[in-house]
Unconditional design. Structure first.
Lengths: 118, 138
C-alpha cells in the first residue's frame, strides 16, 4: 500500500492506495500516530480519502479505529470519504460507520469540517 | 472443479494463498467482483491461525486451503492440524459500543460470518475444518 498526505484548505487528506491488510496496517498505523499523536497537526480536520483503497481487512479497520481515537483525544475532526463499495461494506458490517464519520466525497467532508462537525 | 494447496502456518504464506485464490478464480472464469469476500475471509481465518503460532503448544503447523466450484456457489475450506478450536465460538464484537470503548478483538471472524452465506466448523480426524460458502449470484 502507498500512502500520500495532502493538505488542502483546512483539511489534511490521507490517501492510502492499494490494500490495507495485515501487512500494510502497522505502517499505516504508525503514519497516523505521527500525524495525530504528537501535537504536530495544527489543522482542524484529518480525512482519509478512500478512492484508491481497494481492500481493507479487520487489521486495517483496527488501525483506522485507533486513528479515530487518537484524533478524538487530540481534538481533531476525523473521518473518511469516497470509500469503494467493498471497503464500505466491511466498514458498515463492522459497525464503524456508526462511530466514525463517512462522507460521500471530499467536498462533503470539507463542508462538514468547516461547520466544525466530523 | 476443485483445487487444493497446503502451506506452513506462517504469515508470509498468505500471499501464496491469495495468488492461489486469484488463479482459481481466473481458471473458473468467475466475476472478479465476487472474489473480494473470499479474499477477506481467507486473510481473517489464515491470520487467526498464524497468530496462534505465537502461543506455544497450540500452534497449527500446516494449513490446507481447498476451493470448490459448485453449480451456483463457491466453497472455501480451511483445515489445520492445531488443537481443537472453533472460531465460531468467539463472541461477536459489541457493535453498539462508542468510539472510546469499542473493542479491537473479534472483528475478523464476525466479518467472515457476514460476508459469507454459510460458515461451519467441524473437528475431523484431528483437524480443524472451517467451511465457508457463498453463492455466485444475489
Amino acid at each position: 500500500m502507498k500512502l500520500r498526505i495532502e493538505t488542502l484548505a483546512e483539511v489534511i487528506y490521507v490517501i492510502p492506495e492499494g490494500r490495507l491488510d495485515f501487512d500494510a496496517a502497522p505502517d499505516f498505523q504508525e503514519a497516523m500516530e505521527r500525524l495525530l499523536g504528537g501535537g504536530t497537526t495544527q489543522l482542524p480536520a484529518v480525512i482519509i480519502d478512500g478512492a484508491g483503497l481497494e481492500y481493507a481487512s479487520s487489521a486495517g479497520l483496527r488501525a483506522i479505529l485507533l486513528a479515530a481515537r487518537a484524533a478524538q483525544r487530540a481534538g481533531i475532526l476525523f473521518g473518511l470519504c469516497a470509500l469503494q463499495p467493498a471497503v464500505r461494506e466491511v466498514f458498515d458490517l463492522s459497525g464503524f460507520s456508526r462511530i466514525i464519520a463517512v462522507h460521500a466525497d471530499r467536498a462533503t467532508a470539507l463542508a462538514r469540517a468547516r461547520q466544525g462537525r466530523p | 472443479m476443485t483445487a487444493q494447496r497446503t502451506v506452513p502456518a506462517e504469515a508470509s504464506q498468505l500471499a501464496v494463498l491469495n495468488q492461489f485464490l486469484r488463479d482459481f478464480w481466473t481458471a473458473a472464469a468467475l466475476a472478479p467482483a465476487r472474489m473480494g469476500s473470499f479474499e477477506l475471509a481467507l486473510e481473517e481465518i489464515f491470520m487467526n491461525l498464524v497468530m496462534h503460532t505465537r502461543q506455544p503448544g497450540i500452534a497449527p503447523r500446516r494449513v490446507e486451503l481447498t476451493l470448490s466450484l459448485g453449480s451456483d456457489a463457491v466453497t472455501m475450506m480451511v483445515e489445520d492440524d492445531g488443537p481443537q478450536f472453533d472460531p465460531l465460538s468467539l463472541p461477536p464484537p459489541d457493535l453498539t459500543a462508542n468510539l472510546a470503548d469499542r473493542s479491537l478483538g473479534g472483528l475478523g471472524v464476525y466479518l467472515v460470518r457476514n460476508v459469507m452465506d454459510t460458515v461451519s466448523y467441524a473437528r475431523i480426524a484431528g483437524r480443524n475444518q472451517l467451511r465457508m460458502t457463498k453463492r455466485l449470484a444475489d
